[in-house]
Design a protein around this ligand. Structure first.
Ligand code: ADP
Ligand code: MG
Length: 247
């Protein structure tokens, strides 16, 4: 089916140098916190950064950033509001506190619509908070956003890694670049994830400890950036900045 919006999407994204999808095989592994912290940290380092919440079923980045009562400006499309130094776009501008009960084709439609109307302009990096797993929405995003590269999150659990292994295989089959894997909520020493990731020929970017202070920092960006969690993410970015956001 010819959909003119699909041509517009490429046009809208063409001034973005790097597009990073924070993804996992599972929910609850820390994608939204990592995506938000990654975006905030890149912005602090002086990169022009955007954050796009594409987890329509459970959007959370607005809660992490403490976004309230913000409405984007409409001008030949939608201009994403700047929140804590990042251009921020989410379905919550339109759904508010209500659930967005989207199914099947509706999800694709909203996705295409948001991609086609959002005017990011020039960005060094757009971070995407992805829906969990290999859902239709994930496959749509891969299909619609050319140049997308994946940053995959796992926990130390074999159960999480099993779903991540499948995601990595799928991305390999589809020829989608994978920047690497972050191991989140680490509580004890173990090489299990590093070993498997490296055996799969993927970069192991580093580990992030389980941080008891993190929950209280949700909604308070200054506090979030002072947590050990954010400190570790900043280190990982520092070590891998050429990989994550090549200038
Ligand atoms: N490193 C960590 N230490 C402690 N809690 C964490 C950590 N990473 C994530 N969490 C918690 O885990 C839960 C799920 O995180 P979230 O970012 O919403 O995951 P996802 O987007 O993958 O579903 C949240 O309550 C969050 O506070
Ligand atoms: Mg999430």
């Amino acid at each position: 089916m010819i959909d003119p919006r699909k041509t517009i999407i490429n046009e809208r994204l063409k001034e973005i140098a790097n597009i990073i999808a924070v993804s996992s095989g599972k929910g609850g592994v820390g994608k939204s916190l990592i995506a938000s912290t990654l975006a905030l940290t890149l912005a602090k380092k002086g990169y022009k950064t955007g954050l796009f919440d594409l987890d329509f079923t459970s959007p959370s980045t607005h809660l992490i950033l403490g976004v309230k009562n913000v409405t984007p400006i409409e001008e030949k499309g939608i201009i994403p509001p700047v929140i804590h130094g990042i251009k921020y776009m989410s379905i919550i501008y339109y759904s508010g506190e209500h659930a967005a009960p989207l199914r099947g084709e509706d999800i694709s439609n909203v996705l295409i619509e948001l991609l086609a109307i959002t005017r990011w302009s020039k960005l060094d990096c757009l971070v995407i908070d992805m829906p969990p797993g290999i859902s239709d929405a994930t496959l749509d995003i891969i299909r619609l956003i050319k140049r997308i590269r994946f940053l995959v999150v796992t926990t130390p659990s074999r159960l999480a890694y099993e779903t991540v292994r499948k995601l990595l295989n799928l991305l390999k089959d589809l020829n989608i670049p994978v920047l690497g894997v972050m191991e989140n909520m680490k509580m004890q020493d173990s090489n299990f994830i590093r070993k498997h990731v490296e055996e799969a020929g993927v970069a192991y970017l580093g580990e992030i400890p389980f941080d008891k202070q993190l929950e209280e920092a949700i909604g308070d960006v200054n506090r979030l950036l002072e947590t050990e969690f954010s400190g570790r993410i900043a280190e990982i970015i520092e070590r891998n900045s050429r990989l994550l956001v090549p200038k």
